[in-house]
Structure formats: C-alpha cells, structure tokens
Design a protein around this ligand. Sequence first.
Ligand code: F6R
Length: 233
Amino acid sequence: TIKIIKVKDRNEGGKKAFELIKEAIQSGAEVFGLATGSTPETLYRELRESDLDFSDKTAINLDEYIGLSKDHPQSYHTFMKKQLFDYKPFKQTFIPDGLGDENTEPEKYDKIVDAHPIDVQILGIGTNAHIGFNEPGTPFDSKTHKVTLTQETIDANKRYFDSEEDVPRHAFSMGIKSIMSAKKIILMAYGENKAEAIARTVHGPVTEEVPSSILQTHPDVVIIVDEEAASQL
Ligand code: F6R
C-alpha cells in the first residue's frame, strides 16, 4: 500500500522523511538504503544537523556511475561523503564501485545487499519514473545490473557536469527486486516535472514501462510530495 504525504516544499519534505527515519530507528531499523540526486538533499541536511547516531548503522546506496572513481567530484561516493557520511559516520557504507569489473561488480553488490536486508529504502524518482537507475523496461525481478542511461536521464543529470559529454552513459544500479525487498520505502518527489511520474506511480497500471509502478504491490510505501509533484494525483 502507498501512503501519500503532501508537504509545502522540499524543506518540509526533508523534515517529514527525517521523522519517519527517526521512528524507524526507534523501532530497530539498522540498514538504510540511500539515494543520491537533488531530492534527498533536504533529508540529508536534517540528518546532518540532528543528534541521531548512525555509528552502529549500515548504509547501502542504490547506484554509481560506471567509469567514475570514488574520488571523482561527480561520483556518488563523493556526493554521499559531502552530503552525509563526512558528518554522520556509519558503521559501514556500501556503494557500487564505478571502476569495478562489469562482469563481477553486480554479483558482488548483490551479496552485500543480501547480507544486509534493508529496513528503510530512500528513493527519488526520475521524470521517466525510474527508481534507482532502473529505466523503463527493466524487469521487475532484476537485481544489481549494468544500466544504459536513457537520454532523458542524461539530460536530467547533466546539470552536475561541465558538459553533456561528461555525463557517464552507464551505471551500476541495484535492481527493482532488491529495492522491493526493503521493509519500508520512502519515496520523495518535488516539482512539476515529477507530477506525471508520481501520478503513474500511484494510479497507473503496474508495468515494467513504469518502473515505480511496482511500488503499488509493496506493503509499506510512503510517498512524500510537494504540491507541484502532487498536481496530477
Ligand atoms: C539516485 C537515483 C535516481 C534519482 C532520480 C531523481 O541515486 O537513484 O533514481 O533519485 O534520478 O533525481 P533528482 O533527485 O536529482 O531529481
């Protein structure tokens, strides 16, 4: 079941998500599935500024660009350090290795995900309804895999790079099955350009053409949306 929480803006959304994480920790959550991108930034700010202790917790990130080293300024390793890990040390953090061997990295990452069942998964959503980097057409039973990013995703993410040519064309991403195995999922979406994806997530047919639509079949999903992202609901 999907529960919708409407908020005024992304600041309020970050606070709401923070409250849910705090409650989850009070109920024993230890493993957190984390996302990058602009959407979770207000949540990470709340976490940074809080007195929550993550030193006995585990973080598992969704994805990483193939070809970027851990210390590359645009890598998701760097993003997570700057947004959260440099301020809130975790017991252990995992992110796919962008320089890992394409033939073995997915399986290696699946072993990590399987060994640390995710209690709370944080998600953003693409304008094409991707979750993680699982683009439309990705099988619902997918585990970690190499992804070819769509032009839409490359366009959306080029704002972080000097030029479009610098945006990696491929990524490693946790699969949809891995995401669905999380006990609780918190998806956040802000802005008009997410409105259609949110409407298709909540009301549309459950189809691999709309990766996020599978969330309709998960027992515990909370979607936090601002007024613009909720405008087609
Ligand atoms: C990031 C990720 C992506 C983003 C999505 C939205 O780890 O997996 O699915 O959540 O592309 O990106 P933003 O938040 O930048 O709009």
